[in-house]
Design a protein around this ligand. Structure first.
Ligand code: CP
Length: 305
């Protein structure tokens, strides 16, 4: 039994296998529509979600399985004070696999320790979001055709942005990667991510506060939302929320084949006028999330053999 807590729980080779499987699922969906028949996925979401929860549920339904779960802590017995450990110990008696989102960093580790079935981290606080990273990698594979020799810019909230932390960890395993970190001073990449995934691996990186200064060098621009829910005071959020807004005017400074990714939801950080630019990949990216989650569920349930 395997749990997926961090993207590094999967080797580069295993990620390649998942991407190939997701590609085959996209091309031949009928081949897989009974792959998880009689299996049940539990989605335990203690924090709001649209894409992650619904794409997990859509993935399991498209594999012929069934789903149960809750979409907010308030509708579960967490509201009565039940611990994550007890919740998961109980739910693992009702389901074959669990996808869990929780606002506290490390909660999926506790869940895995008390589960009798595989646990997938569907986002833990400002820590990690491995299945978003699989989604991002499938998107990069489709849009750029490679993972090495890319200059990848991360822009916005790099401090609390769990999707940023996970994707930096994943890309740090490929050769010729360069990172450009664009954020206000207060939202810089945390030391643990920089040390473990960039400095320890001698990866080339630069830090900027201005997007305009570097957008022309990027192969991929990964935009992020300034996350209101991670701030302790409203004043700081209001001051920082609109620090970067990608507009059609700014896109004129970018390479003609630059790829704009965003885990979504967006608020103001990408102007809607950018959506019609062929370099805007974020809605395609959200769609890919279903297929890579289908591949992951099949692998963890040994349904891909
Ligand atoms: N990208 C992502 O995690 O979106 P949701 O919060 O809607 O699941």
């Amino acid at each position: 039994m395997r749990h997926i807590i961090n993207i590094l729980d999967l080797s580069v080779e295993e990620i390649d296998v998942l991407i190939k499987l997701a590609d085959d699922i996209m091309e031949n969906p009928d081949k897989y529509n009974e792959a998880c028949r009689h299996k049940i996925l539990a989605t335990l979401f203690f924090e709001p979600s649209t894409r992650t929860r619904l794409s997990f549920e859509s993935a399991m339904l498209s594999l012929g399985g069934q789903v149960l779960g809750f979409s907010e802590a308030g509708s579960s017995s967490a509201a009565k004070g039940e611990s994550v450990a007890d919740t998961v110990a109980v739910v693992s008696g009702y389901a074959d696999i669990i996808a869990m989102r929780h606002p506290k960093e490390g909660a999926p580790i506790v869940a895995a320790a008390h589960s009798g079935v595989p646990v997938i981290n569907a986002g833990d606080g400002g820590h990690y979001h491995p299945t978003q990273t699989l989604t991002d990698l499938l998107t990069i594979h489709h849009e750029k055709g490679r993972f090495d020799n890319l200059t990848v810019g991360f822009c916005g909230d790099l401090k609390f942005g769990r999707t940023v932390h996970s994707l930096i960890g994943a890309l740090s395993r490929y050769s010729g990667i360069k990172f450009v970190l664009i954020s206000p001073e207060e939202l810089k990449l945390p030391g643990f991510v920089k040390q473990e995934y960039i400095k320890n691996k001698n990866i080339e990186y630069r830090q900027y506060t201005s997007l305009d200064d570097v957008i022309g060098e990027l192969d991929i621009l990964y935009m992020t939302r300034v996350q209101k829910e991670r701030f302790f005071n409203e004043e700081d959020y209001l001051r920082l929320r609109d620090c970067y807004i990608l507009t059609a005017e700014k896109m004129k400074l970018a390479k003609t084949d630059m790829c704009v990714l965003h885990p979504l939801p967006r608020v103001n950080e990408i102007s809607t006028e950018v959506d019609s630019d062929p370099r805007a990949c974020y809605f395609r990216q959200a769609r890919y999330g279903k297929f890579i989650r289908m591949a992951l569920i099949m692998k963890l349930l040994n349904a891909a053999d």
